[in-house]
Design a binder for this molecule. Structure first.
Ligand code: 5GP
Length: 182
């Protein structure tokens, strides 16, 4: 498994994640009752969140995926986004809920929501598991937030450290000596 020296702290244990996701699922099920709900997950980080969230949503809904890469590598996002995989279906007239792993500067979501709005969905909202409010550079309205966290590099539960450890069932904080901010 993981070398424990990578982890400085388990920030959100598995049972806390699952309890909050159940609350989010119930809220989304109430809010979107009777609507044509499409969950749009941004690969790869939100894969685990989507899979648990959709099992807590009790109303009919579809899912679709986008893969994007932000120019600039490593632990920072540049906000200039390239689409690696687009949605399979048009979203015009549908109630689209973006499912994200983490919002940091907000640049990625700002770009994505501008682009998706041109496709004229009935509504476009955002559900993020994690939010780092102190890092925000671009205001993006978020409708559902799992947890506000402080400015530390986290991984696990879908989020990677150098593409690894997405399978951890909890959110961990990377030990500071491994953290490189560009
Ligand atoms: P933003 O455009 O909001 O700055 O960046 C969002 C993206 O940056 C996330 O989807 C994620 O890929 C990456 N990111 C930001 N903070 C973290 C973090 O603490 N851990 C990991 N693994 N990725 C992060």
């Amino acid at each position: 498994m993981i070398d424990p020296s990578y982890i400085s702290e388990i920030l959100i244990p598995s049972d806390t994640l699952q309890a909050r996701i159940a609350e989010l699922g119930a809220e989304i099920s109430r809010d979107y009752l009777g609507q044509d709900l499409l969950l749009l997950a941004v690969l790869k980080g939100s894969a685990l969140f989507l899979s648990d969230l959709m099992r807590q949503i009790t109303i009919p809904h579809a899912i679709d995926f986008m893969a994007i890469s932000s120019y600039g590598s490593g632990q920072e996002s540049s906000g200039v986004v390239r689409i690696l995989k687009d949605l399979d279906e048009p979203i015009e007239g549908r109630s689209v809920l973006i499912v994200e792993d983490i919002v940091d500067t907000g640049r990625t979501l700002d770009y994505l929501t501008r682009m998706l709005r041109t496709r004229q969905p009935a509504s476009l909202r955002i559900c993020t598991l994690l939010n780092k409010p102190s890092r925000r550079e671009v205001a993006v309205p978020m409708d559902y937030i799992g947890f506000d966290i402080s400015d530390r590099f986290v991984f696990g539960y879908g989020l990677d450290y150098n593409q690894l450890y997405r399978n951890l069932p909890y959110i961990a904080v990377l030990a500071p000596r491994f953290y490189v901010r560009e």
